[in-house]
Ligand binder design. Structure first.
Ligand SMILES: Nc1ncnc2c1ncn2[C@@H]1O[C@H](COP(=O)(O)OP(=O)(O)OP(=O)(O)O)[C@@H](O)[C@H]1O
Ligand SMILES: [Mg+2]
Length: 290
């Protein structure tokens, strides 16, 4: 069993902006979802875990070893799929994986070759191994990203918004792949897609403005909202009044009609009780007074 323990982690960027505020998390094998809106601090947290930036305070311990005191330990066991891969060089998928594998320290030629061919197979890119990566579609790039992250059999895999920009079929394929590899390793998935977390993760943390606002098992978090989520179609011009009278957690157009969703421990007049979803947990958490 692998364990990542984050204690009282804070990060202030050079310009004085504090992107991570006193975060503590304990993560073990399986898929862990880090869910939060744009600018919440997901990438900041992930880049800090993988050692690309140093925290201002706090500790990150991977399998008993302090990441800041021994950065090589987590690096040797890590696969990272960054949100922004940057520029893809004009080399073939196979050659780029060779290059990355060497950087990861896989020195043995036949072992390196075997791993690369197996991974290309796993991510369904065998037929394209001689194609230059910069000519790949978005979905193929993401799958290539997973292949490079899996080089060296990492014990902890960190993927930052991996399904953004993928079509539904590619997204399903990508998610199944993550699910498949998550049995024996830690996979941390950052996303703003509640549905991906619902389908994949046994643990979730909701992050906003650099703070963890809620964490736990999705089913348990959802159960906590039973009999508390109410919905109602309204006229658009009534929205402001409802927002001042009730705790509205979200609003949504359904077949061009505006539905509001409210949190309330008591029944609300003319509202319909709805079964809570992880989406409600997410919006309820984000709209709670801090
Ligand atoms: N290098 C930096 N210097 C200063 N501020 C930064 C830096 N990088 C990020 N930030 C700020 O930190 C906050 C969190 O950014 P971060 O990229 O971690 O968010 P995110 O949750 O990954 O968002 P997204 O879903 O859009 O990727 C933002 O307000 C951002 O502007
Ligand atoms: Mg990000």
């Amino acid at each position: 069993m692998n364990t990542l323990t984050i204690n009282n982690l804070s990060l202030t960027y050079k310009n004085g902006f504090q992107a991570i505020k006193d975060i503590s998390l304990q993560i073990t094998n399986g898929m862990f979802g880090l869910l939060g809106p744009n600018g919440a601090g997901k990438s900041s947290l992930m880049k800090t875990i993988v050692g690309l930036q140093k925290p201002t305070s706090g500790t990150i311990i991977f399998n008993g070893i302090d990441v800041s005191k021994n950065p090589d330990h987590i690096k040797q066991n890590l696969g990272f799929l960054p949100q922004d891969f940057g520029v893809y060089p004009k080399v073939s998928a196979y050659d780029l994986l060779q290059h990355i594998a060497l950087l990861k320290g896989i020195r043995n030629n036949s072992e390196r070759n075997n791993q690369i061919l197996n991974l290309l197979e796993k991510v369904n890119l065998s037929d394209f191994k001689s194609k230059e990566v910069h000519t790949f579609s978005g979905g193929m790039r993401q799958r290539f990203g997973v292949a490079q992250a899996l080089l060296g059999n990492p014990k902890i895999i960190i993927v930052d918004e991996p399904t953004a920009g993928l079509d539904p079929e590619e997204r399903n394929r990508f998610n199944s792949l993550l699910n498949e590899i998550s049995n024996d390793v830690i996979v941390i998935l950052s996303t703003h897609l509640v549905e991906d977390v619902r389908n994949l993760c046994s643990e979730v943390a909701i992050i906003n403005q650099g703070k963890i606002l809620a964490k736990g098992n999705p089913n348990e978090l959802i159960a906590g909202l039973e009999n508390r989520i109410w919905s109602k179609p309204i006229e658009k011009d009534q929205l402001a009044k409802y927002q001042s009278d009730y705790r509205i957690i979200s609003q949504q157009l359904i077949e061009r009609e505006l539905y509001i969703t409210a949190f309330s421990e008591e029944p609300l007049p003319d509202f319909t009780l709805v079964h809570p979803l992880l989406e409600h947990v997410y919006f309820n958490t984000l709209t709670q007074k801090q």
